[in-house]
Design a binder for this molecule. Sequence first.
Ligand SMILES: [Zn+2]
Length: 212
Amino acid sequence: MDRTKELLLSLAAPPPHRCYLCESECYTAEDGLCDECRRILKLAISPTPPEGLDGLSAGLQYCDELGPVFYRFKAKERRDYAPFLAQFISIPEEWHAELLLPVPLHWWRQYCRTYNQSFLLAEYVSSRYGIPICQELLTRIRSTPQQKKLLGKQRLRNLKGAFRAAPECKGRSIVLIDDVVTTGATLSECARTLKKAGAYRVYAACVACTQR
Ligand SMILES: [Zn+2]
C-alpha cells in the first residue's frame, strides 16, 4: 500500500484503543470504556458516609470487574489509569471544599510503590475543580498491616493513632481523596484526626465504594 493511501485510511478509521476495564483493543468512547464494559459499571447512589465524615461521594458501585483495574493502578505502576478513574470522582458544590487531601500512605509504602495513587487522582480532580491539594495536612506516622487482611473491628484498632494532622487544617473544609471505600475505617480515622486538630468539615470523594 502506498503511503498516501495508508494515511487516508488511517484518517478515515481512527486506530482502536484499549478499554480500561477488559483491556481488549476496541473502539472506546471518551470515557475509555467499550460498550460492553460500560453496561457492567453501575453508578453509586447516595452512599452512606463512614463514621466521622460529613459527606461521601463515590462515582461507582464496586464490582468484581473493577478489582483488576485498581490492582493495575496501584500495584502494577499503571499511572495511566489515573485520568480514567478520576473522571468518576465528583465534589458537590454544597461542600464548599477548600482543600483536597489525598489519603496518605506511610512513607515506606510510598517508597516501595514509588507513588501514592490517591495523589495521582487528586491532581486531576484539583485541575477540574480548581481546588488546591494540600498533602501536608495529614501524615501517616505508623505503618499498619494491610487493612484487607483484617476484620471490621481489627481494622479500626489497627489504625488508631496512625495519622498526624498539621495545625493548618484548623477551620478548613477538607475533602479526602481515595480510590475505593470498603469499610471506610481509614477515612474515619483520617477524619477523626483532622477534626481533633480543628478541621471544620471533612468529606471524602472516591472513585468507587462497596454497597453501604
Ligand atoms: Zn471493555
